[in-house]
Design a protein. Sequence first.
Length: 299
Amino acid sequence: MAKTLSQSTRQRLTLTLSQWRHWQTRLPLQHAPEISRHLDDGISNTSILVTTKALRFVVRLDGVDTRSHSLNRQTEWKTLLEASRQGIAPQPVYLNPELGALVCEYLTPDDNQQQTEGEVADLLRRIHYLPAVHHRIDLSHRIRQYLHQLEVRQPGVSQMLSTTTRLTECIIKEAEQDDTELVVCHNDLHSANRLRSQGALYALDWEYSGMGHRLFDLAVICECDAKSIVADKLLTTYLARDSQPKERQLLLRFRLCYRYLAWLWYAVCEHQSVSDNELTKLNSMLTPALVESLKSELN
């Protein structure tokens, strides 16, 4: 393997492969899959490609505490199963929360990964039509969790971010009062989690999935893929009609919320102290935009 795995990760990988008889595969396995290569990691997980003669799989091993990140592996499994049946996700074949292991079939990437707003909007609609699950995404709770972890590591962070936190939670509270029904959302559908394989577009890494507001799903994409996705075009294509001022305002607000949430997530996962200068820069970037957004009522 190109990258050396830690002893703990290698042990969990070995145990996961030893359970191959319990994998729910399309074709019966005759022996344990063999390690092929280390795939590109996310910040919080390790992924390894394993193979048999006929099939290839991705073993994803947790690199974070699932509870501290509000991750529900049973919800992820249930949603992933249904999404794979609908042809928008790889087929999951094995889950072991105790090992922090999820195994899915490997999708071979196409050479051309360019995606239009229409294709991404169609993928979003198909996700939002999936059957409801019990797990609801609580954005305010996630923000408080991340702040708590940062505060334990670096006392005083919460106080310096108190205004930004209060304004963000006000926006979330107002958004939750919107009469739009909650739907199954991916909540992390940036370009790295979208894959074109054999001409079809798939959503990967469903660990943050749960019931939520559909426009938050769009906001994640608009924030992360601003260079390749035009927000207004994605919104109108998703709605299949002209967008209303209320919808555009909600999308903007959710983009600000995601911007803050993503900053906190990176700060937690990178395990490094945050300088006062970085905190000041974050406040100066977000606070005026949050205040301006709250001035406009949702009609």
